[in-house]
Write a protein that binds this ligand. Structure first.
Ligand code: CMX
Length: 435
C-alpha cells in the first residue's frame, strides 16, 4: 500500500506545480459572468469549484477521471468474470487518474481489511441513541464519534507543516473508508436485526464484506453492492454532499468532521434521502390502491398528479445538472433486467419511468423530467430482502465517502484555500444596477 500513497504524493505535487503555472499565466482571464438568477438560484452552473476526480455532463452523465460507467464496468478489475467492478479500483482511479491492475485492487482490499477496527466508544455512542433514530442521523453521529481517531487532528495539534497535511489526511481517508461499512452494518443490525452483529470476513472484498456484515450473503447481493458502491461514489464537486465535505474541509476540519457534514447534506430529501422517498412513495401508492398489486399506468399517472398538485416533488426524478436519464439509473436498470426481470416492483419502477417524464413535462416546472440514480436503487435492495427503506441513504453515504474523501485529499495536496465566496444584499445589487 506504500505504492498507492507514494504514487498519489508524486502525482499531487506535480499537479500542484502545473496548476500554479497555469494560474500564473491565465489567472486574470474571465471565464463566465454570473447572472442575478444564478446569485439567487443556488449558483446553478457557476464555475467556481475545482474537482479533479469526476465531471458531470448534462447530456451524457458522469465520467470518473474521463471514464463513463459502462466503460468502467468493462475496464475496472472485478471479483468474477463478467461481473461488476470493484469500488476499490474506482478509489485507485480517483486518486491517481490511472486504471488499476488486479494487484493494485487486491492491495487496497487488504489494506481496508487491516483497518476495520472500530473502537468500542463508537458503538456505545450509537447504543445510547433511541432505536427510532433515523439511520442517517446514527451514521453521522457514528462518524463524528470516530473522529477521536483522526490522524490529521492529532498532527495539527502537534504542529504540522502545511505541505504535509495530505499525509495524515490520506491515513484518515483509508481508515474511514475501511471502517464506514462496519459502522453502517452495526446501525442496520441494531435497528432491524435485534443487535445481532456479524463480524467482518477478511477474505471478502470491501463490498462483499459490507453485505456480509449486514447479513446478506449471496453472490448476487455481493454483485449488487459492488455496482451500487461504485456508481454512487462521485458526482463532481457541486452537489450538496461533495460541496459540503469540500467546504468544511477547507477550514481544515479533519476528514471525519468534513465527511459527517457532507453526510448531513446527503440526508436531505432533495439529495440522497430521495432513494428512501422513492420507496415510500411507491409503498404508499400500493397501500392506498391495491395492497401488493402492480398499479396500472393510469393509477400511477393519477398518483403523480396528486403529488404534484399537493405541492410535493416526485422523488427520484429531476436533476440540477442532468438533462437526460441518469446513467446510474440505466446501470441499475440493466442489473434488474439481468437478475430480476420478473420482479413486480421492477415492473412498477419501469411503469413510472414510462409515465412520469410525460407528466413532469406537462406540469411544466422541472427542467429535467428524467429519472435520477435514486429512482432505481430501492427496487434492487427490496428484491434481495432489504425492505427497510429508511436505511438506503446510509448505503449511498458509504459509497459517496469514496468520492468526497478522494477529492478532499486532492484539495489538501494542492493546497486549496479556505472557501469564502462573497455574498451580497439585494440593496447592494439594486444600487449597482441603478434600480
Ligand atoms: N417533482 C416536482 N417538481 C420538480 C421536480 C420533481 N421531481 N424536479 C424539479 N421540480 C421543480 C422544482 O421544485 C422547481 O420548482 P419551483 O420553481 O416551484 O421552485 C422547478 O421544478 C425547477 O427546478 P429544476 O431547476 O428543474 O430543479 P432544481 O435544480 O431546482 O432541483 C432536484 C433539482 C433534484 C432537487 C429536483 O429535481 C427535485 O426536487 N427532484 C426530486 C428529489 C430527488 O429525486 N432528488 C435526488 C437527486 C439526485 C441526488 O442528489 O441524489
Amino acid at each position: 500500500m506504500k505504492e498507492l500513497k507514494e504514487k498519489f504524493y508524486k502525482k499531487g505535487i506535480e499537479f500542484a506545480v502545473e496548476i500554479k503555472e497555469f494560474l500564473k499565466e491565465y489567472g486574470d482571464v474571465e471565464i463566465d459572468k454570473v447572472t442575478l438568477s444564478q446569485i439567487y438560484g443556488g449558483m446553478r452552473g457557476v464555475k467556481s469549484l475545482v474537482t479533479e476526480t469526476s465531471l458531470l455532463d448534462a447530456e451524457e452523465g458522469i465520467r470518473f477521471r474521463g471514464y463513463s460507467i459502462p466503460e468502467l464496468q468493462k475496464l475496472l478489475p472485478k471479483a468474477k468474470e463478467e461481473g461488476e467492478p470493484l469500488p476499490e479500483g474506482l478509489f485507485y482511479l480517483l486518486l491517481t487518474g490511472e486504471l488499476p491492475t488486479e494487484d493494485n485492487v487486491k492491495n487496497i482490499t487488504d489494506e481496508f481489511s487491516k483497518r476495520v477496527f472500530v473502537p468500542k466508544h463508537v458503538f456505545d455512542t450509537l447504543d445510547a441513541l433511541p432505536i427510532s433514530t433515523h439511520p442517517m442521523t446514527q451514521f453521522i453521529i457514528g462518524i463524528t464519534a470516530l473522529q477521536t481517531e483522526s490522524n490529521f487532528a492529532k498532527k495539527y495539534q502537534e504542529g504540522i507543516h502545511k505541505k504535509d497535511y495530505w499525509d495524515p489526511i490520506y491515513e484518515d481517508t483509508l481508515d474511514l473508508i475501511a471502517k464506514l461499512p462496519v459502522i453502517a452494518a452495526y446501525i442496520y443490525r441494531r435497528k432491524y436485526r435485534g443487535s445481532i452483529n456479524i463480524s467482518p470476513d477478511p477474505k471478502l472484498d470491501w463490498s462483499a464484506n459490507f453485505a456480509h456484515m449486514m447479513g446478506y450473503d449471496s453472490d448476487e447481493f455481493y454483485e449488487l453492492m459492488r455496482l451500487y458502491l461504485t456508481i454512487h461514489s462521485d458526482h463532481e464537486g457541486g452537489n450538496v454532499s461533495a460541496h459540503t465535505t469540500h467546504l468544511v474541509g477547507s477550514a481544515l476540519s479533519d476528514p471525519y468532521l468534513s465527511l459527517a457534514a457532507g453526510m448531513a447534506g446527503l440526508a436531505g430529501p432533495l439529495h440522497g434521502l430521495a432513494n428512501q422517498e422513492v420507496l415510500r412513495w411507491i409503498s404508499d401508492l400500493r397501500e392506498r390502491i391495491c395492497g401488493s398489486c402492480v398499479p396500472t399506468k393510469e393509477q400511477i399517472e393519477k398518483a403523480l398528479w396528486e403529488t404534484l398538485n399537493s405541492g410535493q416533488v416526485i422523488p427520484g426524478y429531476g436533476h440540477a445538472v442532468l438533462r437526460k436519464t441518469d446513467p446510474r439509473y440505466c446501470a441499475q436498470r440493466e442489473f434488474a433486467r439481468k437478475y430480476l426481470p420478473n420482479d413486480p416492483l421492477f415492473q412498477i419502477v419501469s411503469n413510472i419511468f414510462e409515465v412520469a417524464p410525460d407528466v413532469l413535462q406537462k406540469h411544466g416546472k422541472a427542467k429535467n423530467p428524467w429519472p435520477n440514480v435514486d429512482a432505481h436503487s430501492g427496487v434492487l435492495l427490496v428484491h434481495y430482502g432489504m425492505k427497510e427503506y429508511e436505511f438506503y441513504t446510509v448505503l449511498f453515504g458509504v459509497s459517496r465517502a469514496i468520492g468526497v474523501l478522494s477529492s478532499l485529499l486532492w484539495d489538501r495536496i494542492l493546497g486549496l484555500p479556505i472557501e469564502r465566496p462573497k455574498s451580497v444584499t439585494t440593496e447592494l445589487l439594486k444600487k449597482q444596477l441603478g434600480v
